[in-house]
Design a protein around this ligand. Structure first.
Ligand SMILES: Cc1ncc(COP(=O)(O)O)c(C=O)c1O
Length: 400
């Protein structure tokens, strides 16, 4: 019992993973963020304001929905926690509003971040508009081309979008670029990291801010079904929507926790982003985690059809939970993801984000193999951002 209270330790370690490996000029800034989170961030005033925002601005609680048609087809009972209905279309706003609120309390005027699929960027630009702050979002050129509706949204919301054109021109490079920019303006800005990654205290803070997903879902599921689910599952990029869901169930012995990562096009290095399956302990962006590396030990090039899952590292807490055997991690291919994307759209009238479609694909596989089980999935985001990319490259899917 009491997992959340025990992890991470004071230095931000989950077992051997986590920590804060920072350039000297950022050490005092991160110490200040940590102090602000542990004091201001847990104060009654802060939590009341956050509760108000979640209810009146974000539209929380988001529902849990019994996917009746999908369940009938698969032979198991699949429930969806509808984070796609959270304002701005994904779970990301849960931590963005809280990070921005913390930044406001700390007297910062600007928010800086990286984005992959653009959902964290849109959510942060939304938070910046709400609080009247400046916003600078770094995004790889490949993702800019793939997720153009989100680029337009960020600009409309008043954010500056900085294209990142070096290396793999994707999420890892966007983080590198955002960190570099933050270095020059750390006194006046907050680097609002977009997942349970980065140096301490971000993996802790983002998990706590996302835990609203799990605690709501648990109450809603109990009310609907009368008992806890057999299985819960979520996709894993850095791992924030998964940790949000897992937080509320992690001490429940009878509930199996499942993380779903991208197997992409295959098992060769460069074809996937399956860090939990193929990664080894390493260091990226100021923290220790499981990591995909090339022959020289550098972060490897990665691929996923979902830009938000396209990262060679993963949150330190997931790395720990894997080595402890507390969570089962599965890898799902691009093709299986696309099939789930079309299926959920056709059967339930819900177009999922490609990231979230990974979790749906796993639920369908697991449900077919385990008829009658109850499976609760975090539907982390909606797929509007993906429709141009999917239809231009893969068409409209097979009917039925
Ligand atoms: C809809 C959606 N789900 C999931 C993710 C992956 O992030 P995380 O693993 O931190 O939840 C992203 C990232 O962009 C996303 O946009």
């Amino acid at each position: 019992m009491g997992y959340l209270k025990n992890y991470p330790n004071k230095e931000g370690y989950f077992g051997e993973f986590g920590g804060a490996f920072l350039p000297p000029e950022l050490e005092s800034q991160f110490a200040e963020i940590n102090k602000a989170y542990l004091t201001l961030g847990r104060s009654a005033d802060f939590l009341n304001e956050l509760r108000y925002i979640r209810k009146h601005y974000q539209g929380r609680p988001t529902p849990v929905y019994y996917a009746h048609n999908l369940s009938r087809e698969v032979g198991a009972h699949i429930y969806l926690k509808r984070e796609d209905l959270n304002h701005s279309g994904a779970h990301k706003l849960n931590h963005c509003m809280a990070e921005a609120l913390l930044a406001k309390h700390m007297g910062k005027a600007k928010l800086i971040a990286e984005t992959g699929a653009g959902q964290h960027g849109v959510a942060l630009a939304t938070a910046a508009a709400y609080f009247g702050m400046e916003c600078e979002i770094h995004m790889g050129e490949i993702d800019i081309a793939k997720e153009s509706p989100n680029v337009t949204r960020m600009k409309l919301l008043g954010a500056e979008v900085v294209p990142v054109g070096f290396g793999g021109r994707s999420l890892k490079e966007a983080v590198d670029s955002a960190f570099q920019s933050y270095l020059g303006q750390a006194d006046t800005a907050l680097f609002a990291i977009g997942s349970v990654v980065g140096p301490h205290p971000f993996p802790l803070m983002v998990r706590d801010f996302q835990s609203v997903v799990g605690f709501e879902a648990k109450e809603q599921f109990l009310e609907m079904v009368g008992e806890l689910p057999d299985q819960i599952g979520a996709c894993i990029g850095g791992g924030s929507n998964a940790m949000g869901l897992f937080s509320a169930f992690i001490d429940d012995e009878g509930v199996c926790l499942n993380g779903v990562e991208p197997l992409g096009k295959g098992t060769k290095l460069g074809e996937h982003s399956a860090t939990m399956t193929f990664g080894k302990p390493g260091m990226i962006h100021g923290f220790k985690c499981l990591l995909l590396t090339d022959d020289e030990g550098n972060p490897a090039p990665v691929h996923s059809i979902a830009s938000g899952l396209d990262y060679p590292g993963v949150g330190p807490e997931h790395s720990f939970l894997k080595t402890e055997g507390k969570v089962n991690y599965h890898a799902v291919s691009d093709d299986e993801t696309l099939a789930a994307f079309y299926k959920l759209s056709r059967l339930e009238g819900i177009i999922p984000a490609l990231e979230s479609a990974h979790a749906v694909a796993w639920a369908m596989q697991h449900g077919r193999e385990n008829p009658g089980q109850t499976i609760l999935i975090n539907l982390s985001g909606r797929g509007d951002k993906d429709i141009d990319y999917v239809t231009e490259n893969f068409g409209f899917g097979v009917k039925g």
